[in-house]
Design a protein around this ligand. Structure first.
Ligand SMILES: NC(=O)c1ccc[n+]([C@@H]2O[C@H](COP(=O)([O-])OP(=O)(O)OC[C@H]3O[C@@H](n4cnc5c(N)ncnc54)[C@H](O)[C@@H]3O)[C@@H](O)[C@H]2O)c1
Ligand SMILES: [Fe+2]
Length: 370
């Protein structure tokens, strides 16, 4: 069984200036970013590269249509594509680096024909997705009414670059949703049947760093996150390495219909499902790999193993308040239709579940969280 691979070369810089100099950013390069990230950090460097601002193409997480509009505005013959942004921008750039990216929905249906013809450099500005080290891009597929991950090795970056300075302006809400996403990546991937001792090394370290950071923020308040942003950026990268190899599972699978239909931020929709899925895992098999995770969580949270998920929820609620699914607008009928959608569209993720979940168990989890 494959144990571990880290495809992109990893780089880190203290400043954007140092990054721009070492990477010789200039003519022939395209940067996709947000204006409010680019202006303060790169604006004064006088770079000659082309820049597109993602927010001009719509708000919220990426859809296939957003990516297609951006492809339509790529006017030059670019050798390198730089993503400087959150998961939304990173995932769009994974598609921009391909030879024939449009229509995006065809990439899902004809994976064999996908070719990459540009160098791809990914610079995350949130502390969540870990997308800079994975081969996955996630889009809302408007015609299919859900979000779906597309996982192909042609979408690996050539280089992933960590610059903690870029996170200094990250609002608390985005910090919360993105870092909870990273925690879920780590928790799902350490339990995956594809996990190895190597992937678990990264996954467990990410869990420890994120939860210890949350404990400080819970005690001292939201401003206490600022000196911890570098740790959170590294933790999200570790979690990316862990799930990039071992995969995410039912929490992500069940979050996608909610995120796709009701536009709930990815990390928040994951958090809505997290405790429900893990309680079901405990009901079905408390004695497998999950026992190691519970021991780790109890140690960090300073509680009894019997109450780890209650205590975890209490801590996470100090960072982001968990809501019931109906509060996002989900209807009772969608308890059934979302369960069907998960089984129909999310087998890529469900195959990484800690224990097999039937369609009716998935329905029951939605019902308990409704
Ligand atoms: N490909 C993968 O492996 C993978 C993994 C997990 C999630 N995802 C996807 O990533 C997306 C979520 O990404 P995200 O959580 O990073 O959020 P995001 O990219 O959607 O950004 C959220 C908001 O924060 C803003 N923002 C980002 N960085 C900022 C900064 N430094 N300062 C100020 N504002 C900033 C963005 O402009 C946006 O308004 C979802 O679509 C999700 O499905 C992909
Ligand atoms: Fe995620």
């Amino acid at each position: 069984m494959k144990q571990l691979s880290i495809k992109p070369e990893l780089h880190a810089f203290d400043t954007c200036k140092a990054f721009a100099e070492e990477f010789k950013l200039g003519k022939g390069d395209l940067i996709l970013t947000n204006e409010y990230i680019y202006a303060p950090y790169f604006g004064q460097l006088g770079l000659e590269c082309d820049v597109l601002y993602q927010e001009k193409y719509g708000i919220g997480e990426p859809s296939n249509h957003m990516a297609e509009m951006i492809c339509g505005d790529m006017k030059g013959e670019y050798k390198r594509i730089f993503a400087i942004g959150g998961g939304t921008i990173i995932d769009i750039c994974k598609v921009l680096a391909l030879k024939n990216p449009v229509p995006v929905i065809d990439l899902y249906d004809n994976k064999d024909a996908i070719e990459k013809d540009k160098e791809l450099i990914l610079v995350p500005t949130t502390c969540g997705t870990g997308s800079e080290v994975t081969n996955v891009a996630v889009f809302s597929l408007i015609e299919r009414n859900t979000k779906m991950g597309l996982a192909v090795d042609q979408m690996y970056a050539d280089k992933a670059v960590l610059i903690p300075e870029l996170l200094m302006g990250l609002p608390m809400k985005v910090f919360a949703t993105s870092s909870i996403d990273a925690l879920v990546h780590a928790m799902e991937s350490v339990l995956s049947p594809k996990a190895s001792v190597y992937t678990q090394l990264f996954g467990y370290k990410a869990i420890e760093m994120i939860l210890n950071g949350y404990k400080v923020i819970a005690k001292e308040g939201p401003e206490a996150r600022k000196p911890l942003l570098k740790d959170f950026l590294i933790a999200s990268n570790y979690a990316g390495i862990s799930f990039g190899n071992a995969g995410c599972a039912a929490v992500h699978a069940m979050a996608y219909p909610l995120g796709g239909v009701y536009h709930v931020a990815h990390g928040e929709s994951n958090y809505c499902m997290l405790i429900g899925v893990f309680n079901k895992y405990m009901e079905k098999d408390p004695n497998g790999k999950i026992a190691d995770l519970n021991k780790c969580l109890a140690g960090i949270l300073g509680c009894d193993i019997a109450v780890v998920y209650e205590e975890l929820e209490k801590l996470l609620n100090t960072i982001l308040q968990c809501k019931k699914l109906h509060e996002y607008g989900m209807t009772e009928a969608e308890i059934e239709s979302f369960a069907d959608s998960v089984v129909a569209n999310q087998q890529r993720l469900l195959s990484n579940n800690y224990v097999f979940l039937t369609r009716d168990e998935i329905r029951d989890i939605y019902a308990a969280l409704y």
